[in-house]
Design a protein around this ligand. Sequence first.
Ligand code: ADP
Length: 316
Amino acid sequence: MLATQRPNAVPPATKPKKEDTVPPIIEEVVKRSDGNRSHKYSKIRLLGKGGFATCYEYHSLETGEAFAAKVIDKATLIKDKTKAKLTTEIKIHSSLDHKNIVRFHRYFEDNQFVYILLEVCKCRSLMELMRNMTQLREPEAAFIMYQILVAVKHMHDCMIIHRDLKLGNLFLTERMEVKIGDFGLAAQLDYRNQRKQTLCGTPNYIAPEILRSTGHSYEVDVWSIGVIFYTLLIGTPPFETSSVKETYKNIRDNRYEFPKESRVSETAKDLIKRILVSDPTKRPTVPEILQHKFFTIHFNDISKCPRGLQDYASLC
Ligand code: ADP
């Protein structure tokens, strides 16, 4: 489909499949030296379901403030690995404070669930945006990519690797601000040159060095940024096939192409090609990507939300 053909219905919020046992009112008890304080929140609607958590919009009964509550059933926290994942997610996400990272407010628990209160991103994620818009024009992609890049730069400056950057983990507010979320696979490095060994990531976005199990670092996020950039401009991920095995083979062989009919500029192609290189040491860093001509050309588009995205936001 060409970039000009855009259906304009925003997909409906995910429907809960099984019975919803998450309480309509939840209570946070804050222990203080002058006695306990209780804060209550009322459930408004389901926002979405992930592999690990279900997310609802809750409003504070005192202030009316809206939160996205990521709810994790304690019954799923039996394995040490799953518990460790939750602890890591809370520790890393709560340490980050940046306008392009989903704001972490607080977390608490009751007998059955753990609740993580986050900033609500009303326009869902880039996955829904791309289902709706199919392909982005270059000024739109520049506006989105710039926000992702400054957030990833901040994470890398804090020695944090996200390791699962993909459309579904890039949330959007009504002002089309991009906010990186889901730190469930993130890693905090102890020293700048440390290499991590654990396999993680999502098939389409996984970096070749993770498949080679040779150790990985910040460059895996840069690779995913390249995959995201290509996907925004072309409409499908570069290495995608119908089987995970074939996708991994394409990633290992660095086999991808720009469809002949695509109208992507040589400047954008040049940046993608520089990012999607197999050898992680040859990939640009995030500050180097920000210096690329693609972002200087689109300097004005970065500072103001392009019209097409504004139209999408008005439907959220
Ligand atoms: P998991 O850790 O299980 O992958 P996610 O963090 O992906 O869970 O959240 C599950 C779903 O909830 C997401 O796909 C999205 O639809 C929704 N969601 C998560 N965080 C937010 C948020 N801050 N604002 C709005 N919706 C959210």
